[in-house]
Design a binder for this molecule. Structure first.
Ligand SMILES: [Zn+2]
Length: 267
């Protein structure tokens, strides 16, 4: 599931390769993922220039003069840069065919992602978009703001971190990586964290995200369809030795979401 670092990287690659380029044709192969009228999408995009791609939380925004194509990739949505002649992946849903033969393809093995069209800067019809908290990279709160925002959220700290209303961009995988870096158990209640632990958490979020973006940029490059997760320290590595202390990592799945952590390092 793509999270902030993956999408930040995709945004950079798309801007490098496609910003200012004109879309010659829109090909809709699987309308199932569209949350807008096909004719509207085509009239907004076809024949028009892609402006600077943006990211907000886990949404990727492709703006055109008359509207913004907005992707929420959910569990399985992916992008691919290809040439017209390249073989099509199965479950390709949408293709933006740019002048010059370059294609941006969206494929989605589970068809769970969503593609919206925000017209005239109106994002109000995009579920969850208007409720997003500050972006965990571009609008990262100061420690003081972080503390005061945190007070409004209850329950297990992992659930707070993945709540997009608290901070936008962190999902199930990066929450595990952040909590490992902060040496906090994902099962801790937010209300029981000490001031020092909140400070560690605040630091860990920006360090883990920045480091992940750096590694993904280096390892994935322009193969934006690839999953950059081989460097994870704990997430989905249950049973493997903790990279710090060697204790086998614990894996649990409350609410069918996999959580991995070290019982020894994370208190
Ligand atoms: Zn450990």
């Amino acid at each position: 599931m793509p999270e902030l670092p993956d999408l930040e990287h995709i945004k950079d690659v798309l801007n490098r390769r496609l910003e200012g380029r004109r879309v010659e044709r829109v090909k809709i192969l699987r309308p199932l993922v569209l949350r807008c009228l096909q004719e509207q999408l085509i009239s907004t995009v076809e024949g028009n220039q892609l402006q600077s791609v943006r990211r907000r939380g886990k949404f990727l925004l492709l703006p055109f003069a008359d509207g913004t194509l907005t992707f929420h990739l959910m569990l399985s949505g992916r992008f691919q840069l290809a040439q017209r002649k390249d073989r099509l992946r199965s479950r390709t849903c949408l293709i933006l065919d740019f002048a010059g033969g370059q294609e941006l393809r969206y494929f989605d093995p589970k068809f769970m992602g969503r593609i919206y069209l925000a017209q005239q800067g109106d994002f109000s019809r995009i579920p969850q978009y208007l409720e997003l908290g500050p972006d965990a990279l571009d609008e990262y709160p100061s420690l003081e703001e972080f503390k005061s925002r945190l007070c409004h959220f209850r329950g297990m700290i992992k659930n707070v971190l993945t709540n997009q209303k608290f901070l936008a961009g962190i999902g199930n995988a990066y929450a595990d990586e952040v909590l490992f870096a902060a040496r906090l158990s994902p099962l801790r209640k937010r209300s029981n964290l000490s001031a020092g632990e909140v400070t560690s958490l605040h630091q860990a979020i920006s360090l883990v995200l920045a480091e992940a973006i750096r590694i993904i940029r280096e390892k994935i490059g322009e193969r934006i369809e690839a999953e950059g997760r081989a460097f994870f320290k704990v997430h989905r590595r249950g049973g493997s030795p903790c990279p710090v202390c060697g204790t086998p990592l614990t894996e649990v799945s409350p609410n069918r979401q996999i959580t991995t952590f070290c019982r020894n390092c994370q208190k």
